[in-house]
Design a protein around this ligand. Sequence first.
Ligand SMILES: Cc1cc2nc3c(=O)[nH]c(=O)nc-3n(C[C@H](O)[C@H](O)[C@H](O)COP(=O)(O)O)c2cc1C
Length: 191
Amino acid sequence: MSTYELIMQRRTIRQFKQQPLEDELLERCVNAARVAPSAANLQPLEYIVVADPEAVEQVFPHTAWAGYLPDWKPQPGEQPVAYIFILINRERCPQGGDMDVGIAAENITLTALEEGVGSCMIGSLDRVALTGLLGVPEHCEISLAIALGYPAQEPVMEEMTGDSVKYYLDRDGKLHVPKRPLDQVLHWNRY
Ligand SMILES: Cc1cc2nc3c(=O)[nH]c(=O)nc-3n(C[C@H](O)[C@H](O)[C@H](O)COP(=O)(O)O)c2cc1C
């Protein structure tokens, strides 16, 4: 599959099969993040992979899911089987670094997807609790988590027709994700 096809096919996955992921795949994801573009090539990012089932279970309560779906979260039996946390080392980058995080996150996501593994970036985190749980040192900051696992859902992307950016579940429980049409966001030569 071409990179473009992979990008178009990728959807955020929030329900996962309870099949463990190979350490090699998780390492490959972090390696893809490691070589991502980095502002001033500072490379301030570090990663914590959580794949031990007990540790994975401890992380879940500190994550928040699908803000547009009231009272919805992955149920036992469909929760992630691994997480990759992206940390910013503040000794290497005293401020900023968010763009590096975004690029690294997409590299992780696409590397996983190439192997059929789905993911959800999670910015809504209890960082205080997770800092303690994961032993994150003072000079590092948890920026983003990526929840991972083989997909147990097949969300569909659709062209946004009205004003709402909210993803929603249809009657069959299928997740629909509206995207603004190309002609509303692309400007050639001037705005
Ligand atoms: C920086 C960032 C933070 C996100 N945080 C969360 C989150 O805390 N919980 C969640 O369920 N989804 C989260 N998402 C996933 C978005 O909701 C999702 O990307 C968006 O709805 C579009 O769906 P798509 O990824 O399938 O295109 C986050 C995405 C990004 C890029």
